[in-house]
Design a protein around this ligand. Structure first.
Ligand SMILES: Nc1nc2c(ncn2[C@@H]2O[C@H](COP(=O)(O)OP(=O)(O)O)[C@@H](O)[C@H]2O)c(=O)[nH]1
Ligand SMILES: [Mg+2]
Length: 495
């Protein structure tokens, strides 16, 4: 074990010890709590974002634009026991160990998870200061963005769900063809009223073909179109459950009241089970309790995927925002959902771009959510768009290229990444010219994307080697603009 590794291990041991002591302090119930949802599609960067946010708050990272920190009013931040026993805990220690000790990105997670951080601060106001140290519980809830797509299902029965799904599928025979053909080939069994079609084999085959179609929508260049049911692509703990073994049917061609043993009846039953046992509990127990929300967006992926991907991303963001619009679903109103008063859209992984392009990416995201945020602000919610990197894996430098000085990024490519024909093993550093983002901030006036997207040079880097202070302390995870994000999300609650 190297000296550095020992230092890390020592330090982590210390943190664990401190955590234990703090966990034993008694809990007072009057401390205000703010529940922050962190969402985004798979691989958008939720786990890395939350880990870096916690690490920077707990260890007092470089956060010059986070007002309470900059003005020296942040006393300390520490983890608390998980408040809800029935929700998995966000595994902060494991994720941090991966990032810092092994310099690997944390393993992907497919579940909802939660963690409580308590922040102690000195109030900025005279009155607040005289009330003593302020305390705020920050409950962070990490959940897959895919699950938000299910909100419309709350008000759709099987027939209207099927009608909507068929309208979309018929418009894309290139993606939905195999599923539609399988339905056609089995139309007699599907329509059979004697129970001969209601067998599990057929249900599974149809559900699998439908899931394939949804997956193709995701992987296609028209990448980000987001179609329900959300758990088909992100099943969480539900994988292979019968509640996920259904698909829409062409109900216009079927009797209004399905015979009890028919495939039609089976699909309808399972759809209802999905709504009751999967969709409603998620919205009721997690979503409805959120106060604020971060939506992470992988803009680089969309820029690289080319022309339609930005359009699709815009549609997807619009749909996501629909879920946050107060009163958007009478069912949410019925269960007394809180009003979300701040929503941050954050384009992640900005460390793959040169500094000059961070503002461009931010402006582009701002345009994508402009309509939706105008609507949200009419309902009293504040919406902001930012470009950030939760963990900065690169540093910027200038390199000579064909007689010009050009901005370049230096980092350690992940093992197996190739750049200019060279394959990297995860130990060497490499410099690359990231390419320029298009100057326009309006996706509709962007120049046509060349084959392979806008040419953002995208190599995956390892997480950075953390620096040590002169006293031998390990610095917090480096980031780009996390402090601005924190100021928007929490600044007013720590005033
Ligand atoms: N360079 C860089 N890569 C990131 C950053 N955040 C996420 N990533 C990459 O994106 C992947 C997915 O991130 P993760 O947080 O697991 O996504 P999740 O599925 O939304 O939780 C990681 O494995 C990293 O490769 C970042 O701030 N900088
Ligand atoms: Mg995750």
């Amino acid at each position: 074990m190297s000296k550095l590794e020992r230092t890390f291990q020592y330090m982590r041991g210390e943190t664990r010890h401190a955590l234990k002591n703090i966990a034993q302090t008694t809990e007072d119930l009057t401390t205000p709590t703010i529940r922050l949802g962190v969402t985004g599609l798979a691989r958008a960067g939720k786990t890395v974002f939350i880990t870096s946010l916690l690490h920077n708050l707990i260890t007092g990272g470089r956060l010059p634009l986070f007002t309470p920190m900059a003005s020296g009013r942040l006393a300390r931040a520490y983890l608390q026991p998980q408040p809800d026993d029935d929700v998995p805990r966000f595994d902060y220690e494991d994720h941090l160990e991966q990032l810092v000790d092994e310099r690997l990105w944390p393993a992907s997670t497919k579940q909802v998870s939660q963690l409580r951080l308590t922040i102690e601060y000195e109030s900025a106001t005279f009155l607040g200061r005289n009330l003593g140290t302020g305390r705020l519980h920050l409950d962070i809830v990490d959940y897959p963005g895919e699950w938000l797509l299910d909100l419309p299902l709350l008000s759709q029965d099987f027939t209207s769900f099927s009608a909507a799904a068929f309208a979309r599928a018929r418009a894309r025979p290139d993606l939905a063809g195999e599923w539609l053909a399988l339905l056609d080939a089995n139309s007699a069994a599907i329509a059979a009223e004697d129970g001969s079609g209601g067998d599990e084999q057929l249900a599974r085959a149809l559900a699998a073909a439908f899931t394939d179609y949804l997956r193709r929508c995701r992987l296609d260049d028209n990448a980000l179109s987001m179609l329900p049911p959300g758990r088909f692509l992100m099943p969480g703990e539900m994988a292979d459950s019968p509640a996920l073994t259904f698909c829409p049917l062409d109900t216009a061609a079927l009797p209004r009241r399905p015979a009890p043993d028919s495939l039609h009846a089976m699909m309808q039953r399972r759809y209802e089970a999905y709504r009751t046992h999967v969709v409603k509990p998620f919205f009721k127990h997690h979503f409805a309790k959120l106060d604020r929300q971060v939506v992470l967006v992988d803009m680089l992926q969309a820029l690289n995927a080319g022309e339609h991907a930005l359009d699709d991303l815009q549609t997807a963001l619009h749909e996501i925002l629909g879920a946050f619009k107060p009163g958007s679903s009478s069912w949410l109103r019925f269960i007394g959902a809180r009003r979300i008063d701040k929503i941050l859209f954050a384009a992640t992984k900005a460390d793959h771009l040169q500094k000059e392009d961070h503002d461009k990416m931010q402006a582009l995201l701002g345009t994508l959510v402009a309509n939706a945020s105008a609507r949200a602000s009419r309902h009293g919610a504040q919406v902001e768009a930012m470009a950030l990197a939760s963990v900065r894996a690169t540093r910027q430098t200038m390199l000579r290229h064909d007689g010009d000085e050009l901005p370049a990024l230096i980092g350690t490519p992940l093992p197996g990444e190739t750049l200019d024909g060279q394959r990297y093993d995860g130990t060497e550093q490499a410099a690359l010219f990231p390419g320029d983002l298009p100057a326009s901030t309006d996706p509709h006036t962007l120049p046509a994307a060349p084959e392979g997207g806008y040419g953002v040079n995208f190599v995956r880097f390892r997480p950075p080697q953390l620096r040590q202070t002169a006293e031998g302390m390990t610095c917090a995870l480096p980031h780009i603009r996390m402090d601005r994000a924190l100021d928007f999300l929490l600044g007013d609650k720590l005033a």
